[in-house]
Design a protein around this ligand. Structure first.
Ligand SMILES: Cc1ncc(COP(=O)(O)O)c(C=O)c1O
Length: 330
């Protein structure tokens, strides 16, 4: 199949760039030093390639991602790095033979793990991102509580999401040290082997974590593109020009096919004016015609992928494969 035959909007992944990203990361953080986060790609075929390269443990944000990996035979060591109040579907994965670890940051979530017979947990610690995670000083108490309830506490996790996108590397390093200081202190109180943290933006500077949870590096986006990381933009959204006026042009790729929380997408040789539900309005620097195809680079990869059913894997104009984005949903 040729790329021109794809129905747009379509996610296109350049195979050579994806491979380069995956092998660069596998060389930097070999084996289980890297626990890829699948939330950015939600694709079991891509996860299988990460496992082939040595990363046999995975990080997930949703139960659907945990189920997708387990179903694909990738359930050696799955971490749900997120809180869930009803964990019974995770209990079912344990019974099916998957190794499941849950993040817990309160007594209620510990109860959820116990009720679902999920045997292992990490204490999720807030290291500065105003999201989930207990106060560092509460981590030891929660670990004691979990152990008294019969759970195995494997250690701590703490996602430094508030700093991962900082373009100034030295500022990123400075704030990372503060965050990891908090996590380290909590780890001393909690015990266990694991200190799980990190992201694409900190994978090479987080020297405290025992494992890194990076996800976006595989496909990349323009937000991470600003950081000067050794990862290429492997994913684009292929779109078709559907209308041209004297002042602007319109492509068929709007809010329903692009994650926009990090801002407008980018189109080469054009200025993106705005996006609406099904439309991208842009001012091209060279003439375009109805029917032309354009490549749109998303500002945020995770929510973009979640809108689509397939990653179309390409080599130049040739479509090599269609990988299902099979771990969508909840
Ligand atoms: C818990 C957790 N860990 C790690 C990451 C890092 O992912 P990325 O490398 O895509 O920034 C995220 C991203 O949101 C996350 O929520």
């Amino acid at each position: 199949m040729n790329i021109g035959q794809l129905t747009t909007p379509a996610l296109v992944v350049q195979h050579a760039l994806l491979e380069a990203n995956l092998t660069t990361m596998a060389a930097a953080l070999p084996g289980t030093r890297m626990r890829p986060h699948v939330k950015a790609h939600k694709c079991s075929a891509l996860a299988a390639r990460q496992a082939q390269l040595g990363h046999t443990g995975f990080t997930c944000a949703t139960i659907a991602e945990m189920e997708g990996l387990s179903r694909s035979g990738l359930g050696d060591d799955l971490l749900l790095a997120n809180e869930v109040v009803d964990a019974h579907r995770l209990g079912a994965l344990v019974r099916d033979g998957a190794r499941v670890t849950m993040a817990v940051d309160s007594e209620q979530i510990i109860e959820a793990a116990v009720a679902a017979h999920v045997p292992e947990v990490l204490i999720d610690v807030n290291v500065g991102l105003p999201r989930c995670g207990c106060r560092p000083e509460d981590a030891g108490r929660l670990a004691d509580r979990a152990r008294r309830q019969g759970l195995t506490v494997r250690g701590v996790m703490g996602y430094e999401g508030h700093i991962v996108g900082l373009e100034d590397r030295s500022r990123r390093m400075e704030l990372l040290e503060v965050s990891m200081g908090l996590l380290q202190k909590a780890h001393e109180d909690v015990g266990g082997d694991i200190m799980s943290a990190g992201s694409t933006g900190t994978y090479d500077i987080n020297r405290w974590a025992t494992e890194i949870q990076a996800g976006s590096y595989a496909l990349m986006d323009t937000a991470y593109g600003k950081l000067g990381l050794p990862f290429a933009q492997a994913l684009t959204v292929l779109a078709t020009v559907i209308s041209v006026s004297s002042e602007w042009a319109v492509a068929d790729c709007g809010l329903k096919s692009l994650g926009m929380d990090h801002g407008n997408p980018t189109v080469a040789e054009a200025t993106v004016l705005f996006c609406s539900d099904e439309h991208l309005i842009f001012s091209p620097q060279r003439p375009v015609q109805v029917g032309d195809r354009i490549s749109v680079i998303p500002a945020h990869v995770d929510p973009t992928v979640a809108y689509h059913e397939f990653l179309h894997v390409t080599d130049g104009e040739e479509v090599l494969d269609h990988w299902a984005v099979d771990m969508r949903g909840w």
